[in-house]
Design a protein around this ligand. Sequence first.
Ligand SMILES: [Zn+2]
Ligand SMILES: [Zn+2]
Length: 774
Amino acid sequence: MATKKELIQEFQKNPDRYWKVKLFDELGFKRRQCKNCGKFFWSLKDQDTCNDSTCRSYDFIGNPPTKKPLDIFQTWKKIQKFFEDNGHTALNRYPTVCRWYPLYFTIAGIVNFYRVDEEGNLDWEVPANPSILVQPCLRFNDIPNVGLNSKSFTCFGMIQQTSFFNGKQGYWKDKCIELDFNLLTKVFGIKPEEINFIEDAWIGYGAFGSSLEYHVQGIELGNAVFTEFAGNLENYREMKEKVIDMGAGWERFTWITQGTPTSYDAVFGPVLEKIKKACGIKYDKKFFLKYAKISGKVNLDEYADLKVVLEKIASQLGISGEELKKNIEPLQALYSIADHTRALVFAIADGGLPSNVAGGYNLRVILRRALSFIDKFNWNLKIEDVADWHINYLKKMFPELEERRKEIEEVLQAEINKYKNTKERVNRIIQSFSGRKLSEEELITLYDSEGVTPEQLGIEVESDFYSKVTERHMVEKKEEEKILLDVSDLPKTKILYYDDVLKFKAKVLKVSGNFVVLDQTAFYPTSGGQEHDTGHIAGLRVVDVFKLHSVIVHQLESCNLKEGQFVDCEVDKKRREILKRHHDAIHIISGAARKILGFHVHQHGAEKTEEKARIDITHFESLSEEEEEKIENLANKIVEKGLPIKKYVMKRGEAERKYGFGIYAGGYIPSKVLRIVEIPGFDVEACGGLHGNNTKDVGFIKILKTKRIADGLVRIEIKAGEVALEYMKEKEKILKEVAEKLGVKEEKVPEAVKKLFEDWKQKRKQLKKMGRKE
Ligand SMILES: [Zn+2]
Ligand SMILES: [Zn+2]
């Protein structure tokens, strides 16, 4: 895979082909090379350095080049109207927690439209073309920069301008840059000679193209990516439908209109003032303004070591690096707390949960970072209050934050308590290592086992520390390829199991040992956590069924079949019925858990066997007996109600728009069409498993036990239908026996057992005392 640098070098062999647009010719923009950073850029003014923040200061601070100051809402209104007037459809935002593509979070507006096709390649899903929206994005690769360079956020709004161009529909480079130029000049009143278009390129997710960043007075406001090639530089093809992916900074547009010292001052509205007041933060405003103007040079992407950058800036300001650090630290803390809390508000509202699991790591890290700052400065500030202030400010544009206010507070509270608990252990840990420097390995283990972050121990770590920790948890057990059976020459197996067929005839296409492939089958292969069917093929026992790509393979106890032979087949009805009931029951439990525990409940894994079924859900603590009971009761109410279980195939985009991204309860699905399983008014999931037709048929659901299996994951084990009944009968029998042995009535058993236990404890105490005497 070529690097971005190599790609730019390749494009630079023919810059006009990749970067020159009509507007440049019409208005007289000339291509120049920056003598400072070496990048090529297009400008009207004859300038020898570019407008990037590494090459000039934030000259708009205190002197904005725009018509008038706007808050974030006014800024978006203006941008939205401009693009709507120019034929774009304004879309609602997507969740910040990404459910539809293998990413934890929505890291850019374009991710909204990313999907995976059946072959595992990048695919697209667009509700309108062209379109505009502002997408709150979460990124955690820039955490140390937040609060320092005046513009970095873990949560930021990306103005996403998208156009798919196939020669007939949509538009391409010329129109894109014309629109963006008009937005800057006509809507915001920026003078054309203030604008630089810097040549850049983009590569990722199996596609690439050139791009033009637009910079004004030291700040990059947007980047228009022209995605036109699929593949990599060594092997690519021109895409039939090219993509305009222009991402602009919502915060930056707002900032440049206000010219405040930092973008944080411009976008957090009343939240910063409230934090400042609560904490009594005092700082040298004049000094900070001087720093703010050149703070754009703090960029840890380009300088690996923060100390080096701060030294550099400090020398420009005529003070020492240490002095600078001391001066800006409280502000860095203030801005980071505001940013991190806003990120948590959006993430939790969208179903994210701080934990030790997958993306939950990042949320835990930023919350603990914010709390560490509060501790460090001994501020009287509550993160829950900061979250409330953010919601108050943002709710007119994002009413969903208001809807989830209570849940956001509950999740934050639980996580803050966990932090406090680990804090008590920190001192003990520091002592136990008595001054010795901890290895990275030890730090990772500490975080894993005790939840203690390096920051809590006062240790600075490499910026990739948390990705290393996350990686450890990413290694998922991959199912081993069961056999080396070559099915590449075989057609896709025709599937009969969605049609309630149990007896069928089929043609044997391939035999290899005890493995048999048929032209069609009603045997369900193990998938989506549901175990395979059993039964008979030509009287031979089927012991396993699995999928190899699009071919279904049956494993027989013994096999004497010949290729080309026609066979009678029968699926074991009893097992099938139990598996179906268990699958229905898991959907019902999943829906019930979300209703009882909250929106953050998401299926992390599930298994349905003949004996029992389980679902692992995201939740911040163990379930109480009361919660367990509530979930079981609600589930059984749904069973009694006799709601239909509807199954239908739908286009992916249509299903997403109709039901939201909750349909990806079991993970993203690489397919243009989805099989939707709906219990109307209660639960909707995209699911390829087998289900009954009515919740009544489930009979009865019994929760066997629940268990916290990891920080942020709770396992619920259940039995349903006759399997649950058998279980209850067994329990009843045991209860009867216990009652008889204790000589009490059944309802008196718990009391009797309690007394027995107390007696035993008493006796143990006495024994211990005696032991000590001797
Ligand atoms: Zn430059
Ligand atoms: Zn399912």
